[in-house]
Write a protein that binds this ligand. Structure first.
Ligand code: CP
Ligand code: NVA
Length: 295
């Protein structure tokens, strides 16, 4: 059974198939259900997934994490077995990545990671779709990520590798990729250019990417992080170092004038709303692909 927990679950060819299906998807979920379980809040992921399921002919069921109570009301495995009684696909947004791994390990129903502490593959697929629509062929293009080497950064690095793009990153000391993540990215054949200074990462890049300095679940560290990430804000001065016509991307939600200025978010280089809209198209491609693979 195929699952989608992280981008390296997919080959380069499969990533391309998903991006192609994003624009031309069959009614792969006609008469079928998908459970969407959220342990954390969501605006884009919930709405894009619900609409993608509807567009594929299926029926999405939104479930708040506390309703199923992973490992409190019932074990993760029993929640998954229950969902498999009713649904053809299960998506989960979780704190610990190990939860989606345990769900997938049962091989009862295809599992989609809708964001964990480690990965955000649906976001990375939408990011590739956004850059493909902007640049055409992605091979040889570069994306520079400025900030926390978090779930979004890890999936983006793997996705860039699958698309033949180069990936650069600049993070404050202590906020770079862990050794485990760096090994995983290297094992996927992705070379990362790590730079101490954001200016060096961004210089000559085709796309510049930022995410929040404080991810969901890290709120207690917000003050410390604001201090530690000083100098890592994406502003117009930083954007000017990228190639002329470079685009700015952000998974959103943005913390305006923290990791990125209003001028960049709302400026000509910004593609954040196209990128948000592409979440639905990429989700459609990913779900159609999973339904076909597991059909
Ligand atoms: N980018 C993203 O996943 O947004 P939400 O947290 O609103 O779903
Ligand atoms: N890194 C952020 C992404 C939100 C879409 C988080 O995990 O909260």
């Amino acid at each position: 059974m195929r699952h989608l927990l992280e981008i390296d679950d997919l080959s380069s060819a499969e990533v391309n198939q998903i991006l192609d299906l994003a624009t031309d998807a069959p009614q792969a979920l006609a008469g079928k259900g998908m459970a969407l379980i959220f342990e954390k809040p969501s605006a884009r992921t919930r709405n894009s997934m619900e609409m993608a399921v509807v567009q594929l002919g299926g029926h999405p069921v939104y479930i708040q994490g506390q309703e199923v109570g992973f490992d409190t009301r019932e074990t993760v495995e029993d929640v998954t077995r229950t969902m498999a009684c009713f649904h053809s696909l299960v998506g989960a947004r979780v704190f610990a990545h190990s939860v989606v791994e345990r769900m997938a390990a049962l091989d009862l129903v295809p599992v989609v990671n809708m964001l964990s502490d480690a990965a955000h593959p649906l976001q990375a697929l939408a990011d590739l779709l956004t850059m493909r629509r902007e640049f055409g062929e992605l091979q040889g293009r570069s994306v520079a990520y400025v900030g926390d080497a978090n779930n979004v950064a890890r999936s983006l690095a793997l996705a860039a590798g699958r698309a033949g793009m180069s990936f650069r990153i600049s993070s404050p000391s202590g906020y770079g990729f862990s050794e485990v993540d760096a090994d995983r990215i290297a094992n996927a054949g992705v070379t990362i250019d790590i730079h101490d200074r954001p200016e060096d990462a961004v210089a000559g890049a085709d796309a510049v990417y930022a995410d929040t300095w404080t991810s969901m679940g890290q709120e207690a560290e917000a003050e410390q992080r604001r201090r530690d990430f000083e100098g890592f804000q994406v502003d117009e001065r930083l954007m000017a170092l990228a190639v002329p016509g470079a685009i700015f991307l952000h998974c959103l939600p943005a913390h305006r004038n923290e990791e990125v200025t209003d001028a960049v978010l709302d400026g000509d280089c910004s593609r954040i709303w196209v990128q948000a809209a592409n979440r639905m198209h990429a989700a459609r491609g990913a779900l159609a692909w999973l339904a076909q693979e597991n059909g």
